[in-house]
Design a protein around this ligand. Sequence first.
Ligand code: 5RP
Length: 227
Amino acid sequence: MDAQAMKDRIGFEAARRVDSGMRLGIGTGSTAEAFVRALAERVKEGLRIVGVPTSERTARLCRDLGIPLTTLEELPELDLTIDGTDEVDGALRLIKGGGGALLREKIVASASARMLVIADVTKKVETLGAFPLPVEINGFGIVSTLLAIERAAGLVGVAGTLALRRTGDDPFITDGGHLIVDASFGRIPDPEALSAALHAIPGVVEHGLFLGLASSVMLAGPDGIEE
Ligand code: 5RP
């Protein structure tokens, strides 16, 4: 099975976990997109749900496919969020934000009673950190914020290069109007300590460590789906 076929398969299985009447958080990324396409088929067949998208990109796709949407202002509490991930460890801790939507993804997941993570098996890791950790920062005082991130990381035993994410020659701008720094730490032995240290920096808006948010994971591999 190729990578796209695995995404389609897991998207299909995830869409089957959605019940009529659900208030749904809808993730961002290529795996989440496969889920959205499968969900749209179920909506066409009569499934009644309302979704809160985690990015403008997901919102556009949902609208194109006829999935009813609302906002967290209208519906501040959700039943289930289904989203992809860049890494997941054995304790269901995640690194997310490869697609740059981590802030809205985290707000939506936090507003949800449950979060189902969908990914292919390559995203499963022993220790988080091989995937560069996305950190969303305010555009004011970038250099000071980068220095503060380096210092904070050092205090919890991690180090690595920080790269401002770009789209071509321009900085990548998130849906919230912020910047993203990708922190290549290699290995994050204590994600909770790093999370707290990053949250203490005023220029950091949010980071891609999702701790205590995922309640279950479905991983697609060549031999099928593991849960
Ligand atoms: C976007 C995300 C995505 O869920 C993550 O990057 C995984 O994407 P993909 O399913 O394309 O591998 O966190 O901000």
